[in-house]
Design a protein around this ligand. Sequence first.
Ligand SMILES: Nc1ncnc2c1ncn2[C@@H]1O[C@H](COP(=O)(O)OP(=O)(O)OP(=O)(O)O)[C@@H](O)[C@H]1O
Ligand SMILES: [Mg+2]
Length: 554
Amino acid sequence: MKANKGVNKFLESSGIILGIKDGKVLIQPNNSKLPNRNHFVVGGPGSFKTQSYIITNVLHEKKCSIVVTDPKGEVYEMTAEIKRKQGYEVHVINFDDMRYSDKYNCFDYVKKDRDATTVANTLVAAKNNPKNKDIWYNAQLSLLKALILYSIYEMKPENRNVTGVLNFLQEFDPEADETGISELDEQFMKLEKTHPARRAYELGFKKSVEKTRSSIIISLLTTIGDYVDDEVAKFTESSDFDLGEIGIRKIALYVIIPVMDSTWEGLINLFFNQTFQELYAVGAKNNTKLPQPVIFYLDEFPNLGRFDDYEKFLATCRGYGIACCTVLQNITQLQDKYGKEQAESILGNCGVKLCLGNVNDTTAEYFSRLAGKSTVKVDTGSNSLSSGEKGSSSASKSYSYTARNLINADEILTMNPNDSICIITGKHPIRLKKTKQFELFPSITKDYRVSQKDYKTVISEKKQEEFKELKKTDESIQEIKGLKPDIAVEVKEIEETQETFETEEMEEPDLIFETEETEETEETEETEETEENENNSDDVVKGFFSQKNNSHEE
Ligand SMILES: Nc1ncnc2c1ncn2[C@@H]1O[C@H](COP(=O)(O)OP(=O)(O)OP(=O)(O)O)[C@@H](O)[C@H]1O
Ligand SMILES: [Mg+2]
């Protein structure tokens, strides 16, 4: 019974688990007084980053919305069912196999002309070297921007996506006739002179020399060529939920990313950029605080591409109620992507740094330096005998004090694989035992395992409403104009889409297992304890799902 009490107390706690110290689980609570709740977690391959940090924390978190990157989808398979039972709405964006995913259309988040620049920039930079911004690069960029703006302002709602742009390019020949005007030019010239799409078109692409134009179009088609694929077109045609909803309701979002394939790095990067941006927009509407706090677990961080202002995001997210955990294999990866200075700022904006071992020299030296020095008393070995005035004598040993590293880089390199080093801003370094999910919550991830291939998407109510609204507005515009849409792009699935919207039922979350957290858990700054770590699987399951369930215990 003693063990149960300990287990339940720990399970009822909330916050980010760091590891085990003297048999107690060390947790940074949601209301921590540290400067932020951003974690930097580093460990080489097989150092239990996923098993002892990511999965453990995804299972344990019960209050915040969770966004977790999930190479291979193992985190989804091991935790999604448990999150549902804890009252989470589960979503999956699967960049690895788009058939088993919610849809994501990056054009849905283009609300200002500047957003079109961001989307165009990210898509072009992903396929062309951004360090070499020659005229090809820039002309491609401005053409894509013009096309995005054209699709947002001029096309039917169901065509406002990359496929719509591709169809448009296929429909209207960019090759000029003998008068020097192309079909594509004509489409843009029909717009008002001040129309943002026309301005982007005229001031960019149209200014390029006639004979380079077809090469620019070819480069652009190469840049967005991956979207021609049917599966990709379907995945990017619309959005099944709005990214801002993560900051409004309790959502667990698994972003499954391919491990060895960088085809979608640009789109993945855009996805996270837009998520950050949408959450800040929701925050701005709610006194700069998200109605629903959010935690990001960014496993395999370097695979998400480069975020221009990542350190600024880390520096400001706490105010919005966002915590962000950056997980990677060694600090060199961060320096390669961001440069030494910016990497330093990123590290500086993480209040907790955790080294799980099996790292490279640079990382080991960084942690050794961060851990600082300690003073050690050294026996110098010389004895001296002194005689007192009244003939007494005394012997004294002599010592000296020297400073040495609390932990040397080589000690980090040869550290026990079950140990980690935790450095919390303003505190002494701590050596911890890792919190492997299979030891802390034995069997639960096996008992509730699901397959990523069984994922069924549900379109959020907000998105269904928005789409209906867009259709209505579009129809009335057409009516006013008294004309059919002048874009002869074939509209494939309007009826089909509408039907899905009408018949798709929202699943009710499983209320029986709704976890209502008690507020009272009094936590000291970072510690929360279990009295013993020997968990019994049944107790863990009960403790996990609800306190109501615990009443069945005895
Ligand atoms: N249920 C389990 N019981 C015992 N060991 C396990 C279990 N599940 C995974 N492991 C072990 O955990 C180790 C892998 O840990 P993990 O996947 O967390 O590493 P990682 O640090 O995320 O590595 P990578 O950088 O490759 O993603 C492997 O050695 C694996 O055998
Ligand atoms: Mg991993």
